[in-house]
Design a protein around this ligand. Structure first.
Ligand SMILES: CC(C)(COP(=O)(O)OP(=O)(O)OC[C@H]1O[C@@H](n2cnc3c(N)ncnc32)[C@H](O)[C@@H]1OP(=O)(O)O)[C@@H](O)C(=O)NCCC(=O)NCCS
Length: 225
């Protein structure tokens, strides 16, 4: 898999004249409507759905990203807390691998944006599990104003498709706090099966939490059509 650091990628994109052809199929390119696309290892971002564009998180997203990460109702389920600052976001963005998918053991943050306004609605975190071949973990977080509109389901299905087809994943997993009903509904709706329930597995934010594990195989995903 091609993996460039941020400055290498920016310099390749900056050198590109509008309308020129992709750089050996590695990076660059323009869509029919003139929007600049990124080709990395033959994969094109953004991933599009009817309402959404999904693109590696970048500096444009930072402010909105921080705003919802400071929301207590969101942070309670996640590894960050409401003190999450703009410096945390810029650090995370700068450390993003510039690639189509994370490298073994790594994470990759995708911005879920409104396709028409480019407003950031939330994020999808993709984790490549280094101890298991061709296996990814996915977690979706939306700003509270974007929840309950089917946005998470729409993004989840598109990203699963990306992982199983372009990424050639064999298996994709998701984990959640057993009390997080919204996530359970989301992942079951995308075809994942519950495979585990581990009681008081982690001591997290001052309490023991029970974790549920979900997964879907490539064959199962393709059978769903
Ligand atoms: C998890 C999350 C992304 C789901 O987003 P969402 O906006 O509810 O997703 P959707 O609108 O696509 O709904 C997905 C399904 O969950 C259901 N659902 C959503 N919230 C629910 C709730 N509180 N109780 C029951 N069902 C719920 C929806 O009705 C829908 O089910 P359906 O397809 O059967 O109609 C969102 O709740 C969130 O960002 N939570 C905070 C962060 C978090 O916990 N992330 C998970 C990290 S693993």
């Amino acid at each position: 898999m091609l993996c460039l650091n941020r400055s290498e990628w920016c310099s390749l994109v900056d050198q590109r004249a509008p309308g020129s052809s992709p750089l050996n199929g590695q990076v660059g390119g323009d869509s029919a409507d003139g929007q600049v696309l990124m080709y990395v290892s033959g994969v094109t971002y953004p991933l599009l759905t009817a309402r959404l564009e999904i693109f590696p998180l970048d500096d444009r997203d930072a402010e909105a990203f921080v705003r919802y990460r400071q929301d207590e109702d969101i942070a309670r389920w996640q590894g960050w807390d409401p003190t999450y600052a703009i410096s945390d976001a810029t650090e995370l963005i700068a450390a993003q691998p510039v690639a189509d998918l994370p490298v073994d053991g790594g994470w990759f943050q995708l911005a879920i944006r409104d396709r028409h306004t480019a407003t950031l609605l939330g994020e999808a975190a993709i984790h490549c599990l280094d101890e298991l071949a061709d296996t990814y973990e996915i977690g979706i977080t939306l700003a509270s104003t974007s929840q309950h509109r089917g946005v998470a389901s729409e993004a989840d299905k598109r990203i699963l498709n990306h992982l199983f087809t372009t990424g050639n994943a064999h298996r994709v997993t998701a984990n959640c706090d057993a009390r997080n009903i919204a996530v359970a509904r989301l992942v079951v709706g995308a075809g994942m099966r519950q495979e585990s329930r581990q009681f008081d597995l982690e001591f997290f934010k001052g309490e023991w939490i029970t974790l549920e594990g979900y997964a879907i195989l490539k064959s199962e995903h393709l059978d769903r059509g």
